[in-house]
Design a protein around this ligand. Structure first.
Ligand SMILES: C[S@@+](CC[C@H](N)C(=O)[O-])C[C@H]1O[C@@H](n2cnc3c(N)ncnc32)[C@H](O)[C@@H]1O
Length: 326
């Protein structure tokens, strides 16, 4: 069975990256290459695109593209290692644009064998990188009840996290939990309230997925890595699919595009502040956060929770300060 993925906010990403035909670009989340292919179409013969993904199935699809197009290079890695990868490719400091389309791809959700979905029955896996040690099955069957409750509360923002964790520990005392549908039914019964438009297991499944894949740890590392490898004027486009990720991106963009709070009380002119602390300003925000419009949502409902934030690497502040003698 072939599983496909429709790239989200594609036009907005291509515009946000401000593609130059001879530029060097990095797609940190290849997936099935929807964004990568569109970027390659805009590049000339001397343009280059480097990509990462940690999923074996994504890498297989990317390898076909790499075999067919010499401008494209792929590596299987966590995007937390973006900076190391860029150094190995010899492109650190030279990258004109980076795209991170974080979260899971449709093939990952739709293939029951990957264990991400409560709608299709499959093994409780949820690992994006199948080489990592802990699956969702390991977590639900071995983690202490309070640790499970913490995961559901923190990563799923589930109000009934304790009840969900309790139901799991009671069930696993009889027999280990091994299937997605089994866990979904258990959670639906444990979480109070009538079934709404969202399955009652949605939040706990999201939480487990985030925990299994260490998603919130990888993101800050990737954003810091992006700052290190972007060339001055290079663009960073980040698409996130839930509020926890978006908050990380938003805070990172703000922290790197505003003078530190303590400088507001210093008796210095705007120019002096810029000269002394300007090297803290490594990003310039580009526009407002973008959401999918009605036309896109009509084609692809999975775009409904996507938020795209765009920023530009500013590389001149420190040099300007040095020239002014500070
Ligand atoms: C939303 S999909 C990207 C879809 C892609 N833009 C396309 O158009 O086909 C996210 C992809 O990022 C990968 N991914 C998520 N977190 C990752 C991480 N920390 N490191 C590397 N790849 C990651 C997933 O395996 C998945 O293939």
């Amino acid at each position: 069975m072939v599983f496909t993925h429709i790239p989200v906010l594609l036009t907005e990403c291509l515009q946000g990256l401000q593609l130059k035909p001879d530029g060097i670009y990095l797609d940190g989340t290849f997936g099935r290459g929807g964004h990568s292919r569109a970027i390659l179409q805009k590049l000339g013969p001397h343009g280059r695109l480097y990509a990462l993904d940690r999923d074996a199935a994504a890498i297989e699809a990317a390898q076909e593209l790499a075999d067919a197009d010499p401008r494209f290079h792929i590596s299987r890695a966590n995007f937390a290692e973006l900076s190391t990868q860029a150094q190995q490719w010899g492109i650190a400091g030279k990258v004109d644009g980076i795209l991170l389309d974080i979260g899971i791809s449709s093939p990952q959700i739709d293939d029951p064998e990957r264990g991400f979905s409560f709608e299709h029955d499959g093994p409780l896996d949820m690992r994006m990188d199948q080489r990592t040690a802990l699956s969702a099955q390991d977590m639900v069957n071995t983690y202490p009840e309070d640790k499970l409750a913490y995961i559901f509360k923190t990563y799923g923002e589930e109000r009934f996290a304790k009840r969900a964790a309790r139901a799991i520990t009671l069930a696993r005392a009889k027999a280990p939990l091994t299937r997605t549908k089994e866990l979904a039914a258990l959670l639906a019964a444990a979480i109070p309230g009538a079934p709404g438009h969202k399955h009652k297991a949605t939040r706990c499944f999201q939480a487990l997925r985030i925990a299994v894949n260490g998603e919130l740890d990888a993101l800050p590392a990737a954003l810091n890595g992006a700052l290190q490898v972007l060339a001055p004027g290079g663009r960073l486009c980040v698409i996130s699919f839930h509020s926890l990720e978006d908050r990380i991106v938003k805070n990172f963009f703000q922290e790197n595009s505003q003078l530190p709070a303590f400088t507001r009380t210093l008796p210095l002119t705007e120019d002096e502040l810029q000269a002394r602390y300007g090297d803290k300003l490594t990003l310039k925000l580009i526009g407002k956060p973008l959401k999918a419009g009605e036309a896109e949502l009509a084609r692809n409902i999975r775009a409904r929770s996507a938020t795209l934030r765009i920023a530009e690497r500013v590389g001149v502040a420190a040099e300007a300060a040095a020239r002014r003698g500070f």
